[in-house]
Design a protein around this ligand. Structure first.
Ligand SMILES: [Zn+2]
Ligand SMILES: [Zn+2]
Length: 289
């Protein structure tokens, strides 16, 4: 049996290059594949392999003072869900502002799902800021959340200017690393009162399903794309072709005149996709196929 783990930890790393070499050696020895990033601020990784080998990886991590006690998210999957083993040392664990220096460890206040829920109950006008990309918030988000129209995380910086700095801002993301990191950046930028959803949408969904303040699907970066927390999960996105409510997303199969693949991810309903070939509005309209 094989498994995949997903994890991160913000912790000071003295020598990221050395940690990178150790991780590379450890993963090779245990025959794991995946992507691991090490920085002066910690580690962020996902890896897959035989269950026994993944367990051995976790054991070895727990033997180090820096990486002891990480909360791993386990999921079904295998080594070959990853093309190779990639272990890198970078300036940041998630690319946000590599050219700026700020205190990564001075973060906003974490709210566990039940605290987040209670906060929203008590503050119906709370400013909720989605720290994810547009194709993620398109299919699911917290009710009344501000969803920036961005394609990559680092573009979120420009969107912060639209938020008030003297009022509480709640930010969230899928599994917490982006919004936790963003909360530190926001404090650095002068936001006085910042909160982030501890454990991310995934933990909130496990606790409240579709009976709380979440609506739609939770986008994930694997073949499942949007996951539903219950049978009552709503479709909140509109088909790019006919406008019907759907959560289905596909990559455009169209090509530009020079042969470059489009690959744009867009929303399309089952009926419109039934033709078998899907293309965004810039390429062959689906209705004509
Ligand atoms: Zn449609
Ligand atoms: Zn296209």
């Amino acid at each position: 049996m094989q498994k995949i783990i997903l994890y991160y930890k913000f912790v000071a790393i003295k020598d990221p290059q050395m940690t990178m070499r150790w991780q590379r050696e450890l993963c090779r020895r245990l025959n794991l594949k995946g992507r691991i990033i090490v920085s002066e601020h910690g580690i962020n990784g996902t890896a897959g392999g035989d269950l026994e080998d993944v367990k051995a990886y976790v054991r070895e991590m727990n033997l180090t003072p820096e990486f002891k006690g990480i909360e791993y998210k386990w999921s079904d999957g295998s080594r070959d869900d990853f093309p190779k083993l990639s272990v890198k040392a970078r300036k940041e664990l998630v690319t946000l502002a590599p050219e700026e220096d700020f205190d990564v460890f001075d973060k906003g206040t974490p709210l566990r799902p039940e605290q987040w829920h209670a906060y929203l109950e008590e503050h119906p006008d709370a400013i909720i800021f989605d720290a994810r990309n547009n194709y993620e918030s398109e299919v699911g988000k917290f009710k009344n959340a501000i969803t920036p129209d961005i394609k990559t995380f680092k573009d979120v910086k420009a969107e912060l200017d639209k938020l008030p700095k003297d009022q509480p801002v709640l930010t969230y993301c899928t599994g917490d690393i982006r919004c936790e990191y963003l909360s530190a950046y926001m404090k650095h930028k002068g936001f006085e009162d910042v909160y982030h959803l501890d454990g991310g949408i995934v933990k909130y969904g496990e606790a409240y399903g579709d009976k709380g303040y979440w609506e739609g699907k939770c986008y994930v970066f694997d073949a499942r794309k949007g996951i539903a927390f219950s049978q009552e999960s709503a479709d909140i996105a509109n088909c790019a072709n006919c406008g019907a409510k759907t959560s289905r997303q596909e990559n455009c199969s169209g090509q530009d005149a020079d042969g470059t693949g489009c690959n744009l991810q867009f929303v399309i309903c089952d009926d419109c996709a039934a033709g078998g070939r899907v293309a965004c509005s810039l390429h062959a309209p689906v209705a004509d196929v």
